[in-house]
Design a protein around this ligand. Structure first.
Ligand code: PMP
Ligand code: GLN
Length: 385
């Protein structure tokens, strides 16, 4: 096997294999119930699969247009207008991406230059900081309240400087499951008013929000929308994380820069799936039913896990539930998550890994996008603790 004979000067020396890969692999090795990595444990709609097949058989198997199949961009524009009352032009303001991760990476690469500062709110999804560093930017970290993951806007304001290029936000929030309310969005709107800051709004869980709350998209706030790039993911919405399909909305002048990178990163995304999604998206019940569907799962999970020694506050959004283990063990969250996987047979994600520096946490993240039998079995196993 050939071996590169020189020293590799890594561009990302601190980056290791993602916690999602690590815990999923460990779960497989230990034959544990995998509630770690976030993906549904059930299949997508057979109708959606038939639609993909239909378009494959129609011979729509070659490159899609660079910004995405027009019909899909049109369907996204209709959905956005219906839900948030804002018009986005499919021609110039919407781009279909190969998953939200690609959308995030593309937006950051397109907008961040050497020396720019990017505010990242921790605990943070793992792909943000490496993308900022590769673009030559400097991540500036802000920590949410460690108990309830709320944000102190007065403290946050102090991080904004003349070098701030981008603020990355995420509601509903992975990993905490917290959601921002209208007052949070208004605070952000006030802070960025009359600056050149762009907001990169990760809204991949826009349809997974509970207890009758409305998702507070930046789209609802005109002064935020005019400076925001919004990222969403069909993986979360249609139980198809393996298809890696998402999209991005933004003002035309930002979208032009986004597309300059997009066309050389992937050029375009999967063609037959885009046609299928365009048709499937036309029936709004396909996404309108999601809050109720996942709320029932959350409630089932909460009922089962309330019988364990963990403590919990029902999650407000996403398909993740945090469990507090401080009454059970003094181990670090990573040690504890690994031990639960090996000895009890249930895999979860420790929260400390979502911080750039060593941070103590007594929370583990469990994904409840699973069949009830699997959730019940996991609960029974954890009752042994
Ligand atoms: N952002 C957040 C907050 C996520 O949780 C995820 C995936 N779990 C992504 C982005 C990436 O989504 P995709 O799989 O569509 O790339
Ligand atoms: N976003 C998913 C999670 O939070 C995992 C995605 C991935 O494995 N990169 O679990």
């Amino acid at each position: 096997m050939p071996h590169y004979p020189s020293m590799v000067n890594s561009k990302l020396p601190a980056v290791k294999t993602s916690i999602f890969s690590v815990m999923s692999r460990l779960a497989n090795e230990c034959n544990a119930i995998n509630l770690s990595q976030g993906f549904p444990g059930f299949d997508c709609s057979p109708e959606l699969i038939s639609l993909v097949e239909k378009y494959m058989r129609k011979g729509l198997n070659q490159y899609a247009p660079m910004p995405g199949v027009y019909e899909l961009r049109e369907a996204i524009a209709e959905k956005t207008a219906a839900l948030y009352g804002v018009s986005y032009d499919p021609e110039n303001e919407i781009t279909v991406t190969s998953g939200a991760t690609q959308g995030l990476f593309t937006a950051i690469s397109a907008l961040v230059k050497d020396g720019d500062e990017v505010i990242i709110i921790e605990p943070a999804y793992d792909s943000y900081a490496p993308a900022v560093e590769l673009a030559g930017g400097t991540p500036v970290y802000f920590q949410l309240n460690a108990l309830d993951y709320s944000i102190n806007w007065e403290a946050f304001r102090k991080l904004i400087s003349l070098r701030t290029r981008l603020i990355i936000i995420n509601t509903p929030h992975n990993p905490s499951g917290s959601v921002w309310n209208a007052a949070d969005m208004q605070q952000l709107e006030k802070l960025v008013h009359k600056t050149d800051i762009v907001v990169l709004s990760d809204e991949v869980y826009e349809h997974i929000i509970f207890d009758e709350q409305a998702h507070q998209s930046v789209l609802r706030f005109p002064k935020l929308a005019e400076r925001s790039i919004i990222i969403s993911s069909f993986g979360k919405t249609f139980h198809t994380t393996g298809w890696k399909m998402g999209y991005c909305l933004g003002p035309e002048n930002l979208m032009q820069e986004f597309r300059k990178v997009h066309q050389f990163l992937v050029f375009s995304s999967n063609t037959p799936i885009q046609y299928a999604l365009a048709e499937y998206l036309k029936s709004s019940e396909h996404y309108e039913g999601l809050p109720a569907f996942y709320q029932a799962k959350r409630d089932f999970f909460v009922d089962v896990f309330r019988q364990t020694k963990f403590t919990l506050k029902p999650t407000a959004g996403t398909y993740f539930q945090l469990l507090d283990y401080s009454h059970i063990s003094d181990e670090t969250d990573t040690e504890f998550a690994v031990r639960l996987t090996r000895e009890i047979g249930v895999a979860s994600i420790p929260i400390s890994v979502f911080y750039h520096k060593k941070t103590k946490s007594s929370h583990l993240r469990f994904c409840f996008a699973k069949n009830n039998e699997e959730l019940e079995k996991a609960g029974e196993l954890l009752m042994k603790l």
